[in-house]
Design a protein around this ligand. Sequence first.
Ligand code: MF3
Ligand code: CO
Ligand code: CO
Length: 283
Amino acid sequence: MDEPRGRVTRDGIRIHERADFAGMHKAGALAARILDEMADHVFPGQTTAELDRMIEEKVVAAGAKSATIGYRGYQHASCISVNHVVCHGIPGNKIPKWKNDPHRRTDDALKDGDILNIDVTVIVDGWHGDTSRMYVAGKPKAYAERLIQVTHDALMTGIAAVKPGNTFGDIGHAIQSFVEGHRMSVVRDFCGHGLGRVFHSPPNVLHYGRAGTGPVLEEGMFFTIEPMVNLGRPETKVLADDWTAITRDKALSAQFEHSVGVSADGAEIFTLSPAGRFHPTWT
Ligand code: MF3
Ligand code: CO
Ligand code: CO
């Protein structure tokens, strides 16, 4: 790999050069195209294992690399988080809501009305493209559709706060006040992250916080914004598999994620959907 160009701020945040944006656009576009192509494969009866298999096949077919396979022992090309799973759901492992759920399934098939986040990170020419969006198997319940809409709009509200001179606290504050204004809650236990030639780097991009706090945004910073929003309380817990995070109260959770770069006067979104299918994915 080439020596990285650019400099690093005192908060450890890499400042990239203009030429680096092109690499991020290429990686981001592939991740987004793969998510576009998954939309028609989400339906009742489909399994999350099969969705992941298709994703891995598409990554390989594009001549790219999955950033998640082999990452801290993770073995899949995607995270698929169904219903009350907040993030890092393991494909092939749909989690029943209650241990004694009479409808507990022995397979991972989706059922009508299930909502799911699919999160894909690819590496193209050394650059990382990291994005996730929401899907529905069959017909969404009205309250689930509301949650998904608010989560999408929360991400976009956060991105609207991205410009040189604003702070990371401004992004978190914009997201939190928007979400809580809709009487939903923002997950505190997981955050966005810097990325580029590295998958996860400084800063932690919190989806809550106070305006004017945190590092100041500078042109050339690359990071994700990936708010997780719950219909109930914000608390989460990680299951014994050490990955799957669920809501403690078992209420529904949703998430959207874009990879962005700070431009001279705003944000460049690297993971825009080529098909215009970021949200909604099911119509
Ligand atoms: N793509 C996730 C993120 O948004 C990270 C997944 S790491 C994995 O940062 F190992 F769980 F895949
Ligand atoms: Co991410
Ligand atoms: Co991700």
